[in-house]
Write a protein that binds this ligand. Structure first.
Ligand code: ADP
Length: 735
């Protein structure tokens, strides 16, 4: 009885094992797992049958259970063989063999049962072992046929597995060898079992054991080995160096890169060896878990740059277990960076050369232009013949255009170089708009265009912002509106929108009834040097820089500019610029006085008692300045260079000095310094009168100590205004 109980217990353990394996197999994807699962399920049936045999108390029940048992073995082998074939990449063979082998197995199973009823080849007899009665089968020839079929399938499978082993290599071969070994083990155990002719056939237990083994070997052991081997190979082959150290800072691994590049032998390598020693030296590793330093390796032949990264290693409980160093070569990066830096220096130099060239060019053009416009002014003042006056007017127009062109190019280069600055001043909104109006009143009138201003009286009286640049923006847009309008006119609408307490959005709209801009051109309107409809507008002067500068200036002032235009109907430019409020009281309605018709020049003051000195190395410039100031009756001395000016200043006291910057021998600044240190003119206001019109020039000169700055060509109004403000009040008589 005890033997039976042991037998049943073994079988129950087998069933539990199978159930666990089936659970595990649910995780295995693909068809392989499915076949293994079927193997195990049929094994449960076999074991069940085997238990019935053990417990049977009559021969018929034992016979039926035996039949079920043997038939089950057919199907266990069928599914196991299928699994092995699939798992050893014999999918096609498996598909071909599945049906015929299933038919053979089915025939074998049917014949087992048929035999039970008709052939009586199973001869069941009682056998007593260890005092317990068992029913057992005698083995007849038919049974051998059944065995042959079953083992044929197994042998066939073995053959395919061996074939796969022969075809595969390395790591992958291991996977197939494991399957082969497990199968062979099962067969051997089975044969051994039969050889000893045990009372009951419990060999079916080996199948689930085999399935479990195969499952763990193929799903757990093989992938892990594969992974660790692959990681090892990858680390060894990688194009960076890896050094692993134990807790005592002894090297435990150095990959190929570090071995070949730095000749590291892990056996005799620790923190005191190069390059790690100097990395550690530069790196404060105390308490730090990682860090990176640059390392330069210089050999007579090459210089190599590296970045070496240190990281400390800890176990899961954050206890230190060692460290590793990752060595990355950065030579190419460094060379590339050097090249970029060099290119940047070259570009900066080129840019500086361009700026210097522009400054020089502007200076060189302004100097003769000063003479042209100055002399022309003399003609305008003195000529009475209308034809000569008209010619002179034309010279003035062209001169002004040339000047604005030079200014535009200079501005553009300043913006490009990021040298344009925002300078805030308080200004009167009325005055700003009135100035713009008067500036364009005549050009518009000359084309028979109206120029309307619609000023919202609630706009604050005074704002604070970059007046010069706002003026430049408005002038650009209004000048375009006048330029590109043939009939009708231009309307300037001024309003404001409150933002915060002391901030508002200054809104200026300029609409014209001009030629308009096609939709497709709006996108390129603000691009530098782009002019639209060049052919049609060929007679209109322009460079295509105005709007590009305008947009940049508006952007600098954090404002916006929008265009709304219809071809042939007109355009509307809307500019909004955030400004601080300096005087919030409403400005009230704007009164525009019509400026006098092209009035002839009339001096704004006279100062016959004042004496000034004009210094310039170009004789014509001296002549121009003196001629421009002739009507003011100011007494004028001239000097053609620094030294002459200094000696004059030693002898005589002046009320004001106009000094050119670029002069041979002693330039304006050197001359100024000497004048203001020695002689009789240390306190005399000195005005820099120069063709240098670069941005910031004004401030630079004032910083040096100049009382004022005027650019050439001389604007007579600006010159007179400056003289009025700087000459001693008691000597000036306003006109
Ligand atoms: P330009 O010096 O040629 O006037 P801008 O940058 O000021 O350069 O303007 C670029 C182009 O935009 C002009 O050539 C002109 O074709 C077009 N444009 C500008 N303003 C107007 C306008 N009010 N009406 C029609 N076209 C305009």
């Amino acid at each position: 009885m005890l033997t039976k109980t042991i037998y049943v217990i073994i079988d129950i353990i087998a069933v539990i094992d199978i159930i666990f394996t089936i659970r595990a197999l649910f995780k295995v994807k693909a068809a392989y797992g499915k076949r293994l699962m079927l193997t195990l399920m049929v094994a449960i049936i076999a074991i069940g049958a085997s238990i019935v045999v053990a417990l049977a108390n009559n021969a018929f029940a034992a016979e039926v259970a035996y039949c079920v048992y043997f038939a089950s073995i057919d199907w266990i082998l069928y599914f196991l063989a299928g699994f092995c074939l699939l798992y050893t990449e014999h999918e096609k063979t498996m598909n071909k063999l599945a049906v015929p082998v299933a038919l053979i197995m089915a025939a074998d199973s049917v014949s087992l049962f048929a035999n039970l009823f008709y052939g009586h080849q199973f001869s069941i007899y009682e056998k007593t072992m260890y005092g317990t009665v068992f029913y057992q089968t005698s083995i007849y020839p038919f049974y051998y046929i059944h065995l042959t079929v079953a083992y044929l399938v197994v042998v066939l499978t073995l053959f395919f597995i061996i074939y796969r082993i022969a075809k595969s290599y390395g790591l992958y071969r291991m996977k197939y060898v494991i399957i082969l070994s497990v199968l062979l083990l099962v067969i051997l155990l089975n044969l051994a079992y039969m050889a000893f002719s045990m009372v009951l056939d419990a060999s079916v237990i080996f199948y689930p054991v085999a399935a479990t083994l195969i499952y763990f070997c193929t799903e757990v052991f093989v992938p892990r080995t594969l992974m660790s081997t692959s990681v090892g190979r990858a680390v060894d082959n990688m194009s960076e160096g890896l050094l692993l150290f134990d807790i005592n800072n002894n090297c435990i691994f150095a990959n190929s890169f570090s071995r070949y590049r730095f000749g590291i032998d892990p056996e005799n390598y620790d923190f005191s060896c190069e390059p790690i020693a100097s990395v550690i030296d530069q790196l404060d590793t105390d308490g730090k878990k990682y860090g990176e330093v640059e390392y330069i390796r210089e050999t007579p032949a090459v210089t190599e740059y590296y970045k070496i990264r240190y990281t400390s290693l800890t176990d899961r409980k954050a206890r230190p277990i060692g460290s590793y160093f990752l060595i990355r070569e950065t030579t190419e990066e460094v060379i590339y960076r050097h090249e970029i830096e060099e290119a940047k220096i070259n570009a900066d130099n080129a840019n500086r050369a361009k700026s210097t060239f522009l400054a020089n060019m502007s200076h060189e053009i302004r100097t003769p232009l000063n003479s042209i416009l100055g002399m022309n002014e003399m003609i305008l003042r003195s000529a009475d013949d209308p034809l000569i006056r008209e010619y002179a007017d034309n010279i003035k127009d062209s001169g002004d255009t040339l000047l604005s062109l030079i200014n535009d190019i200079l501005d553009f280069s300043k913006i490009e170089a990021g040298r344009m600055e925002i300078i805030k001043t308080e200004y009167s909104t009325h005055k700003l708009i009135r100035d713009c109006y008067h500036f364009f009143e005549q050009p518009a009138g000359a084309k028979d265009l109206y120029l309307h201003v619609d000023f919202d009286p609630s706009v604050p009286r005074k704002l604070s912002g970059d007046l010069l640049h706002i003026k430049q923006v408005l002038n650009n847009i209004i000048s375009n509106a006048v330029k590109y309008t043939k009939e009708g006119g231009v309307t300037v609408t001024v309003s404001s929108q409150k933002l915060q307490r002391d901030k508002l959005e200054f809104v200026i709209e300029i609409s014209d009834t001009g030629i308009g801009i096609a939709k497709k051109d709006v996108s390129i309107l603000f691009d530098a040097f782009k002019r639209i409809n060049e052919k049609e507008n060929a007679t209109i002067q322009g460079t295509g820089l105005g709007l590009a500068i305008t947009r940049e200036l508006v952007k600098m002032m954090e404002g916006t500019i929008y265009v709304d235009s219809t071809l042939g109907v007109g355009s509307r430019f809307r500019i909004t610029i955030p400004q601080d409020v300096a005087d919030a009281s409403p400005a009230g309605p704007l009164v525009l006085k019509r400026s006098a018709e092209t009035s002839r020049y009339k001096e704004s003051f006279r100062a016959p008692l004042a004496r000034i000195l004009i210094v310039d190395d170009v004789p014509l410039n001296l002549k121009v300045a003196a001629a421009l100031l002739k009507n003011t009756l100011v007494q004028i001395d001239t000097a053609s260079g620094g030294d002459e000016a200094i000696s004059l200043c030693r002898r005589r006291q002046y009320d004001l000095i106009l000094l050119d910057h670029r002069m041979p021998n002693k330039d304006g600044i050197e001359t100024f310094k000497e004048i203001s240190e020695n002689g009789m003119n240390t306190k005399t206001p000195v005005i820099m009168l120069t063709a240098n019109a670069l941005s910031g020039a004004d401030e630079e000169y004032k910083e040096i100590g100049f009382a004022g700055y005027l650019s050439k060509p001389i604007d007579i109004n600006a010159l007179e205004a400056m003289l009025i403000s700087l000459l001693p009040g008691d000597k000036v008589e306003l006109m």
